[in-house]
Design a protein around this ligand. Structure first.
Ligand code: ARG
Length: 461
């Protein structure tokens, strides 16, 4: 900016490299629609409180709407000389409507203005992300509904543990997404507070009506302390934290899909629309989408850390450091939105579960060993004793290259006389899963109930 922008105190223009270094217009232009909306509310408040005349207010609002149209038509492209979106708008407004444009900034500072813009932006983006999460959940639920009776090995320590309903496995991600949705909902309370009218830091000498401008902008309340209002970024950090957890969840599912798509697991096949080939190895089909989601997770964590560190040493109130919040928040928003969308598409049309292969997998392991121990326990053998006995069974079966279901009744009875013919039914994978009918378990009845609960959550909007 030249000495035009600043007060007459300034005599020489900024060094061009410093102007570039200082400017945020390159990225905060993304806030323009919110800046215009915030300015309109401010102008209306100035009219209501008789700080400016109704005619002046009308001219200002009309001018701001003209800028909005220009921007939407791609005709408003302020350069670095504007420094930031707030100056760019004020300058254009004054070009359009003359000196009245210079009245807009009465009883306001860029400090409360930028805080207002950022909150309006984030409020809208959070709603958009919540909408995307709903679609992602709907997709998980649809696949789950098709696969209640499809079994998949369940793991702990990435070792086969107990078989699961595939629906149960997918619904775990549904529930994580539900917490993510709730977290976003909760933090809106703290996003939706108006700093407008806090001024530069101390409030203003004009008889403004902060409640009125807040109401026009749909804020639930106003900051009670002007210093806090202009320098609080808790809401941005909370958002980055909620975003980080969304990414944790997407990244865990990504990791599973990547494993499942490997030759070693072969639980899913990837469709061409969501995978890529290799430039050298013609046989390859790579799970780029989940890999990118997993990779981008680190960026979002980085932004959370960046924001925390940016804030920790700031004396009250506004400091230019705060300009650094924007790229962090914008990139967090864009990354999360891109990843939720990509994962939703991937699940919708990019992965197919290989049901026969899954059936074979759960049929050919020892993940029903717990059920043998449970079988003995129901026949009165203390569980720990049963557990030890079955450990021995697994050991000898492994040595003999036999699965548990391949043991003869004589072999079972040699281990413990309580074994009867019904042991075979008790350890069949469908039965093993179906029997885990405790609340929240993988038993089919439970999974049907979980599906009903999930549908109810989605039905509530
Ligand atoms: N571009 C600035 C930001 O992003 C706007 C607020 C500037 N305020 C100031 N007093 N320098 O934070």
């Amino acid at each position: 900016p030249s000495s035009q922008t600043w007060s007459q105190r300034f005599e020489t223009a900024l060094h061009p490299a410093i102007a570039l270094f200082n400017a945020s217009i390159g990225f905060d232009i993304q806030l323009i629609e919110y800046d215009l909306t915030g300015s309109e509310a401010h102008a209306k408040m100035l009219v209501k409180t008789e700080i400016i005349s109704p005619e002046e207010g009308e001219q200002i609002v009309t001018g701001l709407e003209t800028i909005r149209q220009e921007y939407r038509l791609g005709e408003f492209n302020p350069g670095v000389e504007a420094e930031d979106v707030h100056f760019a708008v004020e300058r254009r407004l004054t070009e359009l409507i003359g000196d009245v444009g210079k009245k807009l900034h009465t009883a306001r500072s860029r400090n409360d203005q930028v805080g207002t813009d950022l909150r309006l932006y984030l409020r809208a983006q959070i709603e958009a992300i919540q909408g995307q999460l709903r679609q992602y959940q709907q997709t998980l639920l649809s696949i789950a509904e098709e696969h209640v009776e499809t079994l998949i090995p369940g793991y702990t320590h990435l070792q086969r543990a107990q078989p699961l309903s595939l629906a149960h496995h997918l619904l775990a991600y549904f529930d994580m997404a539900q917490r993510d949705w709730d977290r976003l909902h909760d933090l809106q309370k703290r996003v939706n507070i108006s700093p407008l009218g806090c001024g530069a830091l101390a409030g203003t000498t004009f008889p403004i009506d902060r409640q009125y401008s807040a109401e026009l902008l749909g804020f639930e309340k106003v900051y009670g302390n002007s210093l806090d209002g202009v320098s609080d970024r808790d809401f941005a950090i909370e958002f980055a934290c909620a975003a980080s957890l969304i990414m944790v969840h997407l990244s865990r599912l990504s990791e599973e899909i990547i494993l499942w798509a490997s030759e070693e697991f072969s639980f899913v096949t990837l469709n061409d629309s969501c995978s890529t080939g290799s430039s050298i190895m013609p046989q390859k089909k790579n799970p780029d989408v989940p890999e990118l989601v997993r990779g981008k997770t680190g960026r979002v964590f980085g932004h959370l850390q960046g924001l925390l560190v940016m804030m920790k040493g700031l004396p009250l109130a506004y400091n230019k450091d705060l300009q650094e919040d924007k790229e962090a928040i914008f990139d967090t928003v864009n990354t999360v939105r891109g990843c939720v969308e990509a994962m939703t598409i991937l699940l919708t049309e990019g992965v197919n579960f290989r049901v026969p292969r899954l059936r074979q997998a759960v049929n050919e392991d020892y993940s029903n060993a717990t059920d043998v121990a449970d079988y003995l326990a129901t026949k009165g053998v203390p569980f720990r004793e049963a557990y030890n006995l079955v450990g021995k069974v697994v050991k000898t079966s492994l040595a003999a290259g036999k699965l548990l279901r391949e043991l003869t009744l004589e072999e079972w009875q040699a281990i413990h006389p309580a074994f009867e013919d019904d042991i075979y039914a008790a350890i069949a994978p469908q039965q093993v899963v179906s029997a885990r009918n405790s609340y929240g378990g993988t038993g089919f009845d439970q999974v049907h109930q979980a599906i009903a609960r999930a549908n109810q959550v989605l039905g509530e909007g």
